[in-house]
Design a protein around this ligand. Structure first.
Ligand code: HEC
Ligand code: HEC
Length: 452
């Protein structure tokens, strides 16, 4: 044996000794994870009771029907599609005027990208939900009142924040309503786009007029609301139905993690268990991604790279939650996203800036380095690459606002980052890639459902 080999053997023995000291002679990642699960009282996700089938049937029709868009060319499913893990597969969505589905979708003439990533809509029927949107602009407050962009013009009778959310995509010009002067796919003037932006109730009334002109919708509304005379129906009834459909159709939580928490210790790989130990331990992830949905529903700053057109007066930047609160600490804050099925729902973050989970995790572990070295060519389609904001003063401002909870207790090795990815993958329900069959083949308006 030469000296080099001898030293190598010594090193291996030392490393093994350190490893044993580190986690006890027989302690496995499984043992450590079991201890964490017990200590933290981690429980498997509990699905909500199934909603009323008549409400779901109405909601299903509405969800896939482009009649809800001014130009009759966009449905909820365009951006939250069953074959795209309930998102659209794009960093930033393409709304009305666009054609095609998923990553292949093309922009219409004279239109712009939507400023924020279309989130997945899995498990939004859970009773825990108190917030909607990346900036929590829809919220259930402590007094049980809904806060929303409609202020005191919000209709009564909304069942939950998911139903409140469903009132707004139809009002957004770039998503569903269209621009003044637009002509719809049938060659008719777009009457919804002609309404003033401030007159939100008139948009909802206009939509009800469209829907109740279709006999099949009258029947679906009657079945869902047998005690409500047709003249008392308003768009909140449609919104409750859309929410019921989303809750019923996208209830996907049966992951290896779920099986593991229900007692099947072989459901997760050793690597995924190692990742879980890090997630709840040294990597500090559970400080924000908490509870069975893996979100505390708080808006927090992680200094995500800013890309795309930006939002409001701050464009090309997006100040996130700051728009709602005016609190400087909320500048660049976005709601902690839930993580069930996250491996299937890229690109990630509020603007889809990252195309791999590894990059997302590395960003969390060291935002300053990740942001300064962000490479748009690695993560974005060509038309968005130039939109990455490199202004150093803004980058410093973002980094100065980073949430103090974003502090792993030590540096992680590449193997540990890979283990975190393996844990996130273990949060995936296998049915996620098998949702094409939940789509209806036709909708009451007769508009096409298939291509987008
Ligand atoms: C053009 C793409 C597009 C269309 C069409 C669209 N959405 Fe979205 N959706 C988005 C984007 C982008 C966001 C995030 C916006 C934000 O947070 O500011 C979003 C957010 C949501 C959320 C919030 C999820 C959460 O937890 O915060 C739900 C639920 C949702 N949409 C459902 C719907 C429904 C229902 C419809 C049809 C009425 C619809 N969307 C139409 C792009 C779209
Ligand atoms: C300080 C709170 C906080 C901590 C701690 C935290 N995150 Fe996050 N995480 C967020 C926020 C906020 C976002 C969204 C930020 C944005 O889009 O601008 C996010 C986004 C994500 C996403 C992308 C999800 C999606 O749908 O786009 C993943 C994956 C993720 N975090 C995993 C982790 C992991 C793994 C850890 C531990 C290493 C971790 N997070 C620690 C707050 C946190």
């Amino acid at each position: 044996m030469n000296f080099r080999n001898f030293m190598l053997i010594i090193a291996v023995l030392l490393a093994a000794g350190l490893f044993l000291v580190g986690c006890g002679p027989t302690e496995t990642f499984d043992d450590r994870l079991q201890a964490i699960v017990t200590a933290r009282g981690i429980r498997p996700y509990e699905p909500p009771p199934p909603p009323d089938p008549a409400l779901v049937a109405l909601g299903e029709a509405l969800y896939y029907d482009k009649i809800l868009s001014g130009n009759r060319d966009t449905s909820c499913a365009t951006c939250h599609h069953p074959t795209q893990a309930s998102g659209d597969g794009l960093p930033l969505p393409i709304g009305t005027g666009g054609t095609g589905l998923g990553p292949q979708r093309q922009m219409g003439m004279g239109r712009e990208r939507i400023p924020r990533n279309a989130p997945e809509v899995f498990n939004r029927g859970a009773a825990e939900w108190r917030t909607m949107f990346w900036d929590n602009r829809v919220m259930l407050d402590e007094d049980g009142e809904f806060i929303s962009p409609a202020g005191n013009r919000l209709p009564d009778g909304l069942q939950n924040v998911l139903a409140v959310q469903a009132l707004f995509p139809v009002t957004a010009r770039d998503e569903m309503r269209g621009d003044r002067g637009d002509v719809d796919v049938l060659g008719q003037p777009n009457e919804l786009a002609a309404i003033a932006d401030t007159n939100i109730p008139a948009i909802w009334d206009g939509l009800m007029k469209r829907l109740l002109a279709v006999p099949e919708y009258v029947a679906l509304f009657q079945a869902a609301y047998p005690d409500t005379p047709p003249e008392e129906l308003d768009f909140s009834h449609a919104a409750n139905a859309i929410a019921a459909y989303e809750a019923a159709a996208f209830n996907l939580y049966q992951s290896p993690w779920y099986a593991y928490l229900n007692g099947d210790r072989s459901a997760m790989s050793d690597e995924a268990k190692r990742g879980a130990v890090l997630f709840f331990g040294d990597a500090g992830c559970a400080a924000c991604h908490s509870g069975s949905l893996f979100t505390d529903q708080q808006a927090r700053v992680i200094a995500a790279p800013q890309i795309g057109p930006g939002k409001g007066d701050a464009a090309p930047y997006d100040y996130g939650r700051f728009w709602e609160t005016g609190d400087p600490r909320d500048k660049y804050a976005f709601r902690t996203p839930p993580l069930l099925n996250v491996a299937a729902t890229g690109p990630w973050l509020h603007d889809g800036a990252y195309s791999t989970l590894e990059a997302v995790i590395r960003h969390h572990l060291d935002p300053a380095t990740a942001l300064r070295n962000y490479d748009p060519a690695k993560h974005l389609p060509p038309d968005l690459q130039d939109s990455f904001q490199t202004n150093l003063a803004v980058i410093e401002e973002m980094l100065g606002n980073v949430d103090p909870l974003l502090a792993p207790s030590r540096r992680l090795s590449p193997q540990e980052v890979a283990a975190l990815v393996a844990f996130l993958e273990a949060l995936t329900d296998t049915a996620v890639t098998d949702l094409a069959n939940i789509m209806p083949t036709a909708v009451p308006s007769g508009l096409p459902v298939t291509e987008n």
